[in-house]
Design a protein around this ligand. Structure first.
Ligand code: 13P
Ligand code: SF4
Length: 302
């Protein structure tokens, strides 16, 4: 079966939209309406006029789209696509963290569950984390689950104490300053681009740090020809496709892959559209509170 043809046909028939994160298998781009980072995709999810939303990403992303569109059907093509970082903090752990550091504004990375978002003040993504924390006008904030993104925000702002939870992304956590030296020696002219989920000591060595879209925009606007890219393979795949005249290198010999992000296949997307399942549901009370947390972020980052 020509899945791509069938998906495009079903999309029209059902007034569906396909949102895809840039860590997805690259062939997903052929059928996606919007491709980008977590902020862009949540903005698109909040504005869509489609009746059916297919989210080619991981669970928290589809859950966020559902919270923003309670009356619409939101489908995650492969229901097993989770996020190890989002699973590092649950409601009980969040409450303990807040009790240990009382009366502070609580900022949660969008890579968190709906339950966790429901008890946080505002949400952020890697592309607006600095802007969001700044918007609170606070001298100290709690930040979760990502310790690395929190530390990076603190350094960027310089005048806000960011008390972080101990979570991390297992893919980015592996990038270590010792490992990069070998790659830098191999490609001395290459610019090092890093995602802020990388450890602090690694980010300190980067020429540019930003979200997945931030990294792709940096390459687009740069006259440089060689780049070492410290994030998931999906970004490298797209950069290699879009800029054939430039060279892109992984940090290590083996590419860094988020297996969870790769679970959604073209075939899964086809069946998701055809059968309108697996559908994402969120408890109404949790969803209402989580909506406030996400919407506050969207109000700041318009
Ligand atoms: P961004 O695309 O927002 O940079 O997020 C990266 C990520 O790890 C998503 O899970
Ligand atoms: Fe989660 Fe990391 Fe995978 Fe993103 S790359 S979905 S943060 S485990």
């Amino acid at each position: 079966m020509d899945y791509i043809y069938e998906i495009k046909k079903l999309k029209k028939e059902k007034n569906a939209v396909i949102l895809a994160h840039c860590y997805q298998n690259i062939e997903i781009d052929e059928i996606a309406d919007f491709i980008g980072d977590s902020l862009y995709l949540s903005q698109m999810a909040s504005k869509t006029a489609a009746d059916l939303i297919i989210f080619a990403g991981v669970y928290f992303m589809a859950q966020t789209a559902k919270i923003l569109n309670p009356a619409k059907k939101v489908i995650l093509p492969n229901i097993k696509a989770g996020c190890a970082m989002a699973d590092m903090i649950n409601l009980k752990q969040l409450r303990e963290f807040k009790q240990k550091h009382p009366n502070l504004p609580t900022v949660c990375y969008i890579n968190s569950t709906a339950e966790v978002k429901s008890e946080c003040d505002i949400c952020c993504t890697s592309s607006n984390a600095v802007e969001i924390v700044k918007s609170l006008n606070a001298t100290e904030v709690l930040f979760l689950p990502d310790k690395n993104l929190g530390r990076w925000v603190e350094k960027q702002l310089g005048n806000v104490k960011v008390t972080t939870y101990s979570g991390y992304c297992p893919i980015h956590e592996k990038f270590d300053p010792t490992g990069i030296q070998k790659t830098k020696n191999k490609y001395p002219k290459a610019i090092l681009l890093a995602h802020p989920e990388c450890p602090e000591a690694f980010v300190d060595l980067a020429d540019y740090t930003g979200s997945t879209t931030g990294i792709m925009n940096f390459v687009k606007n740069s006259t440089e020809k060689q780049f070492i890219v410290a994030t998931e393979k999906g970004v490298l795949d797209r950069l290699k496709r879009d800029y054939p005249d430039k060279q892109f290198y992984d940090i290590y010999d083996k590419p860094s892959i988020c297996q969870s992000m790769k679970l959604n296949t073209i075939m899964d997307v086809y069946y998701a559209l055809k059968n309108e399942t697996p559908e994402i549901e969120v408890d109404k009370t949790i969803a209402q509170k989580a909506f406030n947390c996400i919407n506050r972020m969207l109000e700041v980052s318009k």
